[in-house]
Design a protein around this ligand. Sequence first.
Ligand code: NZQ
Ligand code: ZN
Length: 388
Amino acid sequence: MNNFEFHNPTKLIFGKDQISNIPNEIPANSKVLLAYGGGSIKKNGVYDQVINALKEYKITEFGGIEPNPHYETLMKAVKIIREEGIDFILAVGGGSVIDGVKFISAAVPFKGDNPWDILSKGLGKQLTEAIPFGTILTLPATGSEMNSGSVVTRVETQEKLAFGSPLCFPKFSILDPQVISSLPERQIANGVTDAFTHVMEQYLTYPANAPLQDRIAEGILHTLIEEGPKVLKDPNNYNAASNFMWSCTMALNGILRLGVPTDWATHMIGHELTALYGIDHARTLAIIAPNLYRVMFDNKKDKLIQYGERIWGITEGSDDERAENAIIKTVEFFHSLGIQTKISEYTDDYQQTSDIIVKRFEDRGWKGLGEKADITPEKVREIVEMSY
Ligand code: NZQ
Ligand code: ZN
C-alpha cells in the first residue's frame, strides 16, 4: 500500500425524515442562500420541508442551477452573496447544484480578477477562504455530498473543468433516501453508472497489495449491481434506495483511493463529451470506460481478471479471455440499465470528436493520464474513436 493521509470533515445525517434537522447544523442568525436547480424540489415536497426547517433564518433563494452547472449562472449567485452579506449556503439538489455551490463558495472571497481561473489555472489548492455550506442531497450519484471536488461548465467556450479544495467539503449533508421516489429512471440509471465508474476509477488499475481497498470497492460494486435494478423497478423501495444512496456516497468520499493508484482518465475524457454534446455525465463514462479498458488492457489486465472473477464469476478461459469477458459484462450491465454506450447513439455530429479532444488535452499539457501516466493524447484518440 502507498502512504496516505485522510481527513473528511463532512457530517452525514442519513435516513428517513432527517431534513428537519437543518437548524441544528446551520449557525443561528446566519443569512442563508438557498440554492437549487430547475424546480424538481418544488414538485416532490423537498422544498417545503426545507423552507419549513429554515423558518428562523433570513433566506435568499437562488434557483435555476442547471445540470452541469454553468459558470455564467453561478457568477450571478456570487454577486448576490457579496451584495447581501450572505454567510451560509444550503445546496438542495443533485451533483450539479452541490458542485455549483462549491464553486460559488470558493468564488465569493476569491481575490483574483477572474474566478474562472480557479478552474482553468487549477487554483483550488491555493484557496484560503470559502463560504461555509451544507447540502440536502436529492440524487445519489456523484458523491459530491461528501467530497471536496466540483465540476463547472462554461457555456461560452464549451469547456467543463474540475477543481477541488479542502475548504470545499460540505459542513453537513442530509441524505434522506425518500427523495429517490421522484427520480426519473434516466437519473437513477445515471446514478448507478456514475457511482459504479467512480469505484472502477479507483479499483481497476494494477494490484497494489491493498486487499481491504479492493474488497470495499467490490462490496460497493456488488451492492450497486444488486440494488440498482431494484430501485429502477421501484423507486419507492426504501431499503433498496437507502443502500443505493449510501453506495454512491461511499464510492467517492475519499476512502477508496487511500493507499492505491487511481485512474480518472475516463472522467477527463467523458467531461469533454458533456461539454461538446451535452451527453449526461454518467453516460459519457459508459461510452468511454470499456474502450479505455481495452486500449489500456496490459496495464489493467491483472485487475480485470480479479474484477471478472469476484464481480461477475468469470473463471474460465485464458487470462486475456477472462479480462475481455469482464469488459463485455460491464457493457452488458450498462445496457441492462438502459444506457447506450456509443457516441453515435447520442449525436450525429461526432466525426471531429477525437481531433477536438486531443487538441484540448495537448493545449492543457495533459500528456499522460491514468494510473501510470501513460494515456497519451494518441491513446486518447484511439479510445475516443473506438467509442464512435
Ligand atoms: O434541476 P432539478 O429540477 O432539480 O432536476 C434535476 C436535474 O434535471 C433532477 N433531479 C435531481 N433530484 C431529483 C431530480 N428529479 C426528480 N427528483 C429528484 N429527487 O435530475 C437532473 C440531473 O441532476 P444533476 O444534479 O445534474 O445530476 P447528478 O447528480 O448526476 O450531477 C451531475 C453533475 O455532477 C458532476 C458531473 O460532472 C455533473 O456536472 N460530478 C461531480 C462530481 C463530484 N463533485 O465529486 C463527481 C462526478 O464524477 C461528476 O463529475
Ligand atoms: Zn462521475
